[in-house]
Each structure stands twice: as C-alpha cells, then as structure tokens.
Design a protein around this ligand. Sequence first.
Ligand code: NG1
Ligand code: MG
Length: 542
Amino acid sequence: MAAQLPIPVYSSSDELYKDLGTATDHATRWTNLAEEFEKRFGRKPSYIARAPGRVNLIGEHIDYALFGVLPAAIERDVLIACAPRDPLAHPRGSVNAHNLHYKYPPRSFSPVKKRSQAGSTPDEEPGEDAVHVEEWHLEIDKKELRWESYVKAGYYGVLNHSFPTASATSPDEPDSHPLPVDLLVTGTVPAGSGLSSSAAMVVSSTLVFLAVNDKLEGVSKGTLVEMSMENEQRVGVNSGGMDQAASVISTPSAALYVTFYPRLAATPVSLPGKSASFVLANSLVTSEKAVHARTRYNLRVVETLVAARVLSLRLGVDVGARERITLRQVVGRVANEPEGGWQEDDRGLRSALERMVKEVALLRPPTADADGQEGVSLEEMIKWSGLPEKEFHDVYLSWIDVEAEHFQLYKRAKHVFSEALRVLEFRDICLKASSADVSTNDVLKKLGGLMDASMESCSKDFDCACPELDQLTQLARDAGAYGSRLTGAGWGGCTVSLVAEDQVEIFITKLKTTYPPYKDLEGDTLEEVIFATKPSSGACGA
Ligand code: NG1
Ligand code: MG
C-alpha cells in the first residue's frame, strides 16, 4: 500500500533528481538553495525537504465528503533547507525563517506551551472529569495569513506529534524539546491558483521539522498526509485531504486515486501516457479561499454535511443524533457496505452511487423551480435535520463559520454523487486503456467528456466556478482540448485541459491569443500562466 511506505530520503541532491527524472533546472534550484543557505547562515543545511503542488484531474469538492479523487503531483514544488542552531545560544524550538523571494521578509518565531481543556467544546462548562493538557502553541492569525504562517502550520503539528509536553509524559526530559533552527524556503507553485501551493508549503514544512529534529523514523507517507491535513486546517478552510495526499504519495507518470473511507488509501493510476498532456491555464482570478470561506468553501462543507443527514433520514438510514455523517457514509449504509469497505474494483460503490444520483431528488425543496434553485432557509434546514436547534448548532455550526440566506442541499449533493461517479469512470477508462484493442483517441475523448461534465456540474450545481473559468474552459475546448475543467477549489485559479501531445504547442498559442486577460502579458509572465505538465513524484528529502 503506497500510504504505508516510508518517505524517500536521498543521500544527495544528485541522487534525488536522478530518481525524480525531472528537468535539470530543478537540480540547479536545489544547489542554489543550498549555496544561498550557506551564505546566509554560515553552514550547510542538514536537510532539504521537497513537496510538489498538485493538479486535480477529476473529483472536485468531494474529498471532504470522503469520496475518492484523482489528482497528480506537478513538477512545481516548494523546497525548504534547514539546519539546527546552537541550542545553548538560542531559545528552544525557535525558528529563524528566510525566503529566497524578495517579497517575503525574514521572520522569527518561537513556540510556547499552553494549557487547555481536553474533552470539552468551547461553549461547554468543563465537566468534572475534564483534564488539563499542555500543548505547544504558535500564534497564527487566520485573517492575515503571511508566508511564514504556512511554515508555522507545519511546525505546529510536529511539535504536538513529536514533542509530547511534560504533563503528557514524564516531567521535562531534556530530549523532548525541539531544536532551534534556521531555514530557507523557495517555491515555484503559483499562489492562489488552485495548484495547492499551500499544501506544498505545509507538507514541506511538516517534513523538514520532523527531519531536522530527527523524528522522521517510523513516519509513513500516510502519517505525513494525516499530519499535514491537520496542520493545513490551521491556515485554511475545513478541507479534505486530497492536496496533501497528492503532494506526499504521488509517483511519476501516474495520477493518484486517493480514497478516504473507511481509511486513507492511495493507488497510482497510469494515464494514457505519451499521446496526451495536461495543460494548466491560470484564469488570473486569484481565489482568496480563506477570505471568502464563510460564504464559499466552508459553506459547502456544511451544506454537504447537512445534506448527508437529511438524506439519511429520508432514506431510513441510521444516523446518531450527534453524528456528523458524510455523504460517503450514507452511500455505504444505504447499500450495506461490508465492514472493511467495498473491494478494490469499486463495483459496489458504483452501483450504490448510481442509485444515489436518483435518490438525491429527495432533497429538493418543495418550493423550488425545476432546477431546485431556491434552497432552504436556516430554519427549514434545521427542521429537515430532525435535530433540536441547539443540537443542530453544536453539531453543524459551532466549529465552522458560515453565512447564507439559503442553503443548497440538493444541488450540492447532486454534484457530489455525480462527480464521485465520474471519478470511478475516469479511473476505469485509464485502467482499461492499456489493453491493445482500445483506440487512444476514443479513450481521450471519453476522458475529456468526463472533464467537461465535471466542469458543468461545478459551475451549475456546486457554484464554485466564475465567469472567467467558464470562458477559459470553453476557449480551451474551442482550441482543440478533449476536455477542460477548473482544478482545485475554484472561484478562480487554474483550469486543466486534456490535449493531444502533438497539439500542445498550437493549443497554448491559441489560448494565449483568445483568452482576453492573456493579451497584455508577455515573456516569462505569459509562460507562467499557461504550461503543460507531467505527473511528478511526491514529497521527499535529502
Ligand atoms: P485548493 O483550493 O486547490 O487548495 C481545496 C481543498 C481540497 C479540495 C479542493 C476542491 C485545501 C487545502 N484543499 O483545494 O481539499 O476540497 O479544494 O476539490 O483547502
Ligand atoms: Mg490550497
């Protein structure tokens, strides 16, 4: 199982890049980073961590409903070089963080230990059996994220995972303190573009702090994914684990089928290789995901969760009063999924999903027009949930900040079920594509069709597109793509298009002249916004 493998650690950068098989300018970047580190801090880095960004080929906004997704790591990545400082001359665990990019000024910070209450929610009076626990803490202002916030997010989890505080173990063992460190960051994943620069930052930070403190032993890829997921939620939205899984577990020339239920698992899926490329094109609308979280991303999380509860009730599926059941679990319970989950080929899941695509009509609001456009008010939604108001708030609203006049349970769930099915179909087509009697052109057409259908569903049912993304994907189809869709959370950011290998150049040239925001760009800036990419490998270090 890919998730159980250890994180690759190479003895030198040469060895690492030979194995990655990527372009030599990447190796040069690595060497430059090490040299610049030595210039700034007077010694060589003891460890360099690498984590790539990712493109999601299909399966949008379904990871937090616990359905499988199909992303791939891209060649663009974040590198963090790090070395310990003299522990006698600097505070324990203090960090002196630099970034190669002139826009990001150096920052220093130190963790502190804080006491908090275990086993109670913030609005509850601590019960008699409440336990005080000490936790490491780093100040991160979610409203004003800065570059080092992502470094802190990675560090946060490492501190609490690998340095249990005195109250949790025996008092003040000298070796249970993190080292003071210098670190230097460089990255090539464009920020706010749906290519998960944030996951690349958080994964590389988590990895580098584990490594420099000599805590990497026994940490599998799966553990790094789980740590990074939790870490990233400190700087972002209530997301699923797709980005971190792709950034950690991916292998070259394959996409990664990642499932989250009943447990995290990931298997490489070979793509119809030499005949086609994925081209990324940035809409140039920056998706400020954290800024709009209340009305966009986090609202979708709540809508899909409440949809799952209401659907359970309407289908007569058992659901606990305080259970935050997901749409994936509803599917499992409706179709009597065996305890350990359906078997590899996903036939059980597929037929259950086919049924759910129809049953989802049960969520249509009675007053809605034919498309179920109107949604439900908060009061109505609470009524539908079958929970008393206070309990509804505790379970669905106390831990997440959202705002809406109407909640769209039907449209969101409809997208989730149909998108989950498209992922299974996409994967299936890729798996069968290697057999000799399938024509490549047919395969690419089918994959493209699924990408287009995904875009339409994101745009119409999940409302996570924007006019520029609609336009850019249409222009991509007009320019000859087999299919085109937004990738990542949406509301801006990048599109991904499937293009025949021998058409890539023509395709890129066409889009450069037809997508209006590209017309004023030139040189490197233009090369940065549209480029072909090959699936790359996941996080590693040397
Ligand atoms: P982006 O916005 O591309 O980082 C986000 C979530 C994913 C997933 C996608 C939508 C984070 C860290 N990631 O990706 O988990 O839900 O949106 O499919 O927020
Ligand atoms: Mg992100």
